[in-house]
Design a protein around this ligand. Structure first.
Ligand SMILES: Nc1nc2c(ncn2[C@@H]2O[C@H](COP(=O)(O)OP(=O)(O)O)[C@@H](O)[C@H]2O)c(=O)[nH]1
Ligand SMILES: [Mg+2]
Length: 199
Protein backbone atom coordinates (compact mmCIF):
# COMPACT_ATOMS: atom_id res chain seq x y z
CA UNK A 1 0.00 0.00 0.00
CA UNK A 2 1.34 3.39 -0.95
CA UNK A 3 1.04 5.77 2.02
CA UNK A 4 -0.31 9.09 0.89
CA UNK A 5 -1.31 10.49 4.26
CA UNK A 6 -1.53 9.57 7.91
CA UNK A 7 -2.84 11.87 10.59
CA UNK A 8 -3.93 11.82 14.20
CA UNK A 9 -7.68 12.39 14.54
CA UNK A 10 -8.67 12.18 18.19
CA UNK A 11 -8.28 10.46 21.55
CA UNK A 12 -11.25 8.96 23.35
CA UNK A 13 -12.07 7.32 26.66
CA UNK A 14 -15.70 6.43 25.82
CA UNK A 15 -17.81 5.68 22.71
CA UNK A 16 -19.42 9.15 22.62
CA UNK A 17 -15.95 10.50 21.86
CA UNK A 18 -15.19 8.09 19.00
CA UNK A 19 -15.32 9.46 15.45
CA UNK A 20 -18.43 8.42 13.47
CA UNK A 21 -18.23 4.75 12.42
CA UNK A 22 -18.06 5.65 8.73
CA UNK A 23 -14.68 4.15 7.75
CA UNK A 24 -13.21 0.68 8.20
CA UNK A 25 -10.97 0.41 11.26
CA UNK A 26 -8.26 -1.96 12.37
CA UNK A 27 -7.05 -1.86 15.95
CA UNK A 28 -3.76 -2.59 17.67
CA UNK A 29 -3.52 -3.90 21.23
CA UNK A 30 -0.58 -4.88 23.38
CA UNK A 31 1.29 -4.67 26.64
CA UNK A 32 3.04 -1.32 27.26
CA UNK A 33 6.44 -1.15 25.64
CA UNK A 34 5.63 -4.03 23.25
CA UNK A 35 6.49 -1.78 20.28
CA UNK A 36 2.97 -0.80 19.24
CA UNK A 37 3.66 2.87 18.47
CA UNK A 38 6.83 1.92 16.58
CA UNK A 39 4.85 -0.61 14.55
CA UNK A 40 2.13 1.87 13.58
CA UNK A 41 4.79 4.42 12.59
CA UNK A 42 6.56 1.75 10.53
CA UNK A 43 3.31 0.80 8.77
CA UNK A 44 2.54 4.39 7.79
CA UNK A 45 6.19 5.35 7.22
CA UNK A 46 6.18 8.20 9.68
CA UNK A 47 8.93 8.73 12.24
CA UNK A 48 6.66 10.01 14.96
CA UNK A 49 3.00 10.01 14.05
CA UNK A 50 2.55 7.99 17.21
CA UNK A 51 4.77 8.89 20.13
CA UNK A 52 7.18 6.16 21.16
CA UNK A 53 8.57 6.30 24.62
CA UNK A 54 11.16 5.12 27.05
CA UNK A 55 8.58 5.58 29.80
CA UNK A 56 5.89 3.03 29.04
CA UNK A 57 2.32 3.12 30.23
CA UNK A 58 1.53 6.71 29.29
CA UNK A 59 -1.11 6.00 26.68
CA UNK A 60 -4.35 5.29 28.49
CA UNK A 61 -6.61 6.46 25.69
CA UNK A 62 -8.08 5.08 22.50
CA UNK A 63 -6.25 6.97 19.74
CA UNK A 64 -7.63 7.24 16.20
CA UNK A 65 -5.47 7.82 13.10
CA UNK A 66 -6.77 8.42 9.58
CA UNK A 67 -4.70 6.63 6.92
CA UNK A 68 -4.89 7.60 3.24
CA UNK A 69 -8.20 9.28 3.99
CA UNK A 70 -9.99 5.93 3.70
CA UNK A 71 -9.35 3.82 6.80
CA UNK A 72 -8.48 4.29 10.46
CA UNK A 73 -5.84 2.75 12.66
CA UNK A 74 -6.85 2.57 16.30
CA UNK A 75 -4.16 2.51 18.98
CA UNK A 76 -5.70 0.92 22.08
CA UNK A 77 -4.31 1.58 25.58
CA UNK A 78 -1.23 -0.42 26.55
CA UNK A 79 -1.68 -2.67 29.56
CA UNK A 80 0.43 -4.34 32.20
CA UNK A 81 2.87 -1.63 33.20
CA UNK A 82 3.58 -2.09 36.90
CA UNK A 83 4.49 1.54 37.66
CA UNK A 84 1.08 2.80 36.57
CA UNK A 85 -1.34 3.10 39.55
CA UNK A 86 -3.68 0.10 40.03
CA UNK A 87 -6.73 2.29 39.36
CA UNK A 88 -5.34 3.23 35.96
CA UNK A 89 -4.24 -0.34 35.20
CA UNK A 90 -7.80 -1.48 35.86
CA UNK A 91 -9.20 0.88 33.22
CA UNK A 92 -7.58 -0.79 30.26
CA UNK A 93 -9.87 -3.84 30.35
CA UNK A 94 -13.22 -2.01 30.17
CA UNK A 95 -11.82 0.57 27.74
CA UNK A 96 -10.64 -2.09 25.30
CA UNK A 97 -13.66 -4.35 25.77
CA UNK A 98 -16.06 -1.42 25.21
CA UNK A 99 -14.29 -0.45 22.00
CA UNK A 100 -14.31 -4.05 20.69
CA UNK A 101 -17.96 -4.55 21.69
CA UNK A 102 -19.41 -1.29 20.46
CA UNK A 103 -17.59 -0.53 17.25
CA UNK A 104 -19.58 -1.69 14.21
CA UNK A 105 -16.88 -0.65 11.72
CA UNK A 106 -14.09 -2.60 13.45
CA UNK A 107 -12.79 -5.03 10.81
CA UNK A 108 -9.96 -6.76 12.60
CA UNK A 109 -7.41 -6.63 15.36
CA UNK A 110 -3.73 -7.08 15.85
CA UNK A 111 -2.69 -8.33 19.26
CA UNK A 112 0.99 -7.57 19.82
CA UNK A 113 3.29 -9.71 21.88
CA UNK A 114 7.04 -9.29 22.37
CA UNK A 115 8.49 -12.39 20.69
CA UNK A 116 10.62 -13.01 23.80
CA UNK A 117 7.62 -13.13 26.17
CA UNK A 118 5.05 -15.76 27.01
CA UNK A 119 1.31 -15.28 26.62
CA UNK A 120 -0.27 -14.18 29.89
CA UNK A 121 -3.68 -13.55 31.42
CA UNK A 122 -4.35 -10.30 29.56
CA UNK A 123 -3.65 -11.78 26.14
CA UNK A 124 -5.90 -14.71 27.07
CA UNK A 125 -8.76 -12.32 27.92
CA UNK A 126 -8.38 -10.39 24.70
CA UNK A 127 -8.32 -13.56 22.59
CA UNK A 128 -11.51 -14.70 24.36
CA UNK A 129 -13.30 -11.39 23.67
CA UNK A 130 -12.33 -11.58 20.03
CA UNK A 131 -13.43 -15.16 19.59
CA UNK A 132 -16.78 -14.28 21.19
CA UNK A 133 -17.16 -11.47 18.66
CA UNK A 134 -15.86 -13.63 15.80
CA UNK A 135 -13.51 -10.84 14.77
CA UNK A 136 -10.42 -11.57 12.68
CA UNK A 137 -7.31 -11.40 14.85
CA UNK A 138 -3.62 -11.85 14.24
CA UNK A 139 -0.94 -12.22 16.88
CA UNK A 140 1.98 -9.99 15.90
CA UNK A 141 5.28 -11.02 17.47
CA UNK A 142 7.19 -7.78 17.85
CA UNK A 143 10.93 -7.12 18.10
CA UNK A 144 11.65 -10.21 15.98
CA UNK A 145 15.10 -8.68 15.28
CA UNK A 146 16.09 -9.72 18.82
CA UNK A 147 16.21 -13.33 17.62
CA UNK A 148 17.86 -15.22 14.80
CA UNK A 149 15.47 -16.78 12.29
CA UNK A 150 15.86 -20.23 13.85
CA UNK A 151 15.38 -19.00 17.41
CA UNK A 152 12.29 -17.12 16.18
CA UNK A 153 10.92 -20.35 14.70
CA UNK A 154 11.31 -22.05 18.07
CA UNK A 155 9.45 -19.24 19.80
CA UNK A 156 6.68 -19.51 17.20
CA UNK A 157 6.20 -23.17 18.08
CA UNK A 158 5.95 -22.43 21.79
CA UNK A 159 3.50 -19.57 21.25
CA UNK A 160 1.33 -21.70 18.96
CA UNK A 161 1.00 -24.17 21.83
CA UNK A 162 0.29 -21.44 24.40
CA UNK A 163 -2.46 -19.79 22.36
CA UNK A 164 -4.01 -22.67 20.44
CA UNK A 165 -3.85 -20.41 17.37
CA UNK A 166 -2.87 -21.61 13.92
CA UNK A 167 0.40 -20.89 12.17
CA UNK A 168 -1.15 -18.31 9.84
CA UNK A 169 -2.50 -16.37 12.82
CA UNK A 170 1.04 -15.51 13.99
CA UNK A 171 3.25 -12.94 12.33
CA UNK A 172 6.84 -12.09 13.34
CA UNK A 173 7.47 -8.37 12.96
CA UNK A 174 10.26 -5.85 13.49
CA UNK A 175 10.03 -2.11 13.11
CA UNK A 176 13.84 -2.03 13.07
CA UNK A 177 14.32 -4.33 10.04
CA UNK A 178 10.74 -3.88 8.76
CA UNK A 179 10.35 -7.65 8.68
CA UNK A 180 6.65 -8.50 8.35
CA UNK A 181 5.58 -5.05 7.19
CA UNK A 182 4.31 -6.13 3.75
CA UNK A 183 2.49 -9.12 5.26
CA UNK A 184 0.87 -6.85 7.81
CA UNK A 185 -0.35 -4.50 5.11
CA UNK A 186 -1.80 -7.46 3.16
CA UNK A 187 -3.71 -8.44 6.27
CA UNK A 188 -4.95 -4.87 6.80
CA UNK A 189 -6.13 -4.86 3.17
CA UNK A 190 -8.00 -8.13 3.46
CA UNK A 191 -9.60 -7.05 6.75
CA UNK A 192 -10.72 -3.63 5.47
CA UNK A 193 -11.34 -4.59 1.84
CA UNK A 194 -9.10 -1.67 0.79
CA UNK A 195 -6.24 -2.77 -1.50
CA UNK A 196 -5.35 0.42 -3.33
CA UNK A 197 -4.40 3.92 -2.30
CA UNK A 198 -7.27 6.18 -3.38
CA UNK A 199 -6.32 8.74 -6.04
N1 LIG B 1 14.80 -4.00 18.84
C1 LIG B 1 13.60 -3.47 18.68
N2 LIG B 1 13.15 -2.52 19.53
C2 LIG B 1 11.91 -2.00 19.33
C3 LIG B 1 11.08 -2.44 18.25
N3 LIG B 1 9.91 -1.77 18.33
C4 LIG B 1 10.01 -0.94 19.40
N4 LIG B 1 11.20 -1.07 20.01
C5 LIG B 1 11.65 -0.33 21.22
O1 LIG B 1 10.79 -0.67 22.31
C6 LIG B 1 10.49 0.48 23.13
C7 LIG B 1 8.98 0.71 23.19
O2 LIG B 1 8.50 1.03 21.90
P1 LIG B 1 7.10 1.75 21.67
O3 LIG B 1 6.82 1.70 20.21
O4 LIG B 1 7.03 3.09 22.34
O5 LIG B 1 6.13 0.74 22.46
P2 LIG B 1 4.59 0.89 22.91
O6 LIG B 1 4.60 1.27 24.36
O7 LIG B 1 4.03 -0.47 22.72
O8 LIG B 1 3.93 1.90 22.03
C8 LIG B 1 11.24 1.64 22.49
O9 LIG B 1 12.46 1.80 23.18
C9 LIG B 1 11.48 1.17 21.05
O10 LIG B 1 12.62 1.75 20.46
C10 LIG B 1 11.60 -3.46 17.36
O11 LIG B 1 10.95 -3.91 16.40
N5 LIG B 1 12.85 -3.92 17.62
MG1 LIG C 1 2.73 3.54 22.50
Amino acid sequence: MHIKSAEFITSAVKPAQYPPPDLPEVAFIGRSNVGKSSMINCLVQRKSLVKTSQTPGKTQLVNFFLVNGCMRFVDLPGYGYAKVPKSVQQQWGPMIETYIDQRPNLCGLFLLLDIRRDVREEEGHILQWLMKKKLPVRLVLTKADKFSRSAAQNRLKILLEQTGLEKNDLLPFSSVTRQGRDELWSLVSSMTGIYETPV
